[in-house]
Design a protein around this ligand. Structure first.
Ligand code: GAR
Length: 201
C-alpha cells in the first residue's frame, strides 16, 4: 500500500477526483493518508472532512518558505506519505522540500507545458490564441512548472469558447490525467533519461 499526501490551497476538485478514484478501486494499492492546506478557507479541506480523510491546515502566511515547508514535510512524514500530490497548491516549494522527496512529488498544471507556466494558464492560452491546449502532470523539481512530464492531455480551443468554458473542459481532463499519472508512477516501471520519462515494461 502506498500513501498519498495531497497539498492544496483552494477548491480541491483534483483532490476530490483522486479520492473518488481511490475509493472506487481505480488507483489500486493507494490511500490518501493526509490532505494539507496552507489556507484555512480552502474548499478542499471541507471536502476531505466530508470524505473522512485526515485534513490539516498549516498556515503559510508570515512564515519563511523553508520553515513552512519543514512543518509540511514533518506532517507528511508523520502520515507516512510515499508520494506528494500538489493539487492546486499555490505556493512555490523550497529546494529543501523538493530534495526530501526526489521524484516523489507530482504537480498538475492547466496547460501543455512548457507553454504557459505560472498563474492563470488557461487565460494565458486563450489570450495567446492557441488552437490546442490541455493539462500536464509532471514531477516537481526546483523550477516552477518544470520537472519531467508524466501525462499530458490535449483540449481543443473552440471558436465558441471563452476563458471559463475552456478552463472547465481542461479541468475535466485534469481529473482524468492526475489519476492516470498516479497509477503510472505507482504501478509501472519507468526510468528518467534527461527530462524524458520512459516506461520500461
Ligand atoms: C487546477 O486547474 C490546477 O491545474 C491549477 O489550479 C487548479 C486547482 O483546482 N494549478 C496550477 O495552476 C498550478 N500551477 P482544484 O483546486 O479544483 O484542483
Amino acid at each position: 500500500m502506498k500513501n498519498l499526501g495531497i497539498l492544496l490551497s483552494g477548491r480541491g476538485s483534483n483532490f476530490e477526483a483522486i479520492a473518488k478514484n481511490v475509493a472506487a478501486g481505480r488507483i489500486p494499492n493507494a490511500k490518501i493518508s493526509v490532505v494539507i492546506s496552507n489556507r484555512a478557507d480552502a474548499g478542499g479541506i471541507a471536502t476531505a472532512q466530508r470524505l473522512g480523510i485526515t485534513a490539516l491546515v498549516i498556515p503559510s502566511k508570515g512564515k519563511g518558505r523553508e520553515s513552512h515547508d519543514r512543518e509540511v514535510a514533518a506532517a507528511l512524514q508523520q502520515h507516512k506519505v510515499d508520494f506528494v500530490c500538489l493539487a492546486g497548491y499555490m505556493r512555490l516549494l523550497s529546494p529543501w522540500f523538493v530534495r526530501q522527496f526526489p521524484y516523489k512529488i507530482l504537480n498538475i498544471h492547466p496547460s501543455l507545458l512548457p507553454a504557459f507556466p505560472g498563474l492563470e494558464a488557461q487565460e494565458q492560452a486563450f489570450a495567446y490564441g492557441v488552437k490546442v491546449t490541455g493539462c500536464t502532470v509532471h514531477f516537481v523539481d526546483e523550477e516552477l512548472d518544470h520537472g519531467p512530464i508524466i501525462v499530458q492531455k490535449t483540449v481543443p480551443v473552440l471558436d465558441t469558447d471563452d476563458e471559463h468554458s475552456l478552463a472547465a473542459r481542461i479541468l475535466e481532463q485534469e481529473h482524468i490525467a492526475y489519476s492516470e499519472a498516479i497509477n503510472l508512477v505507482l504501478h509501472r516501471k519507468f526510468k528518467i533519461e534527461g527530462r524524458r520519462l520512459k516506461l520500461i515494461s
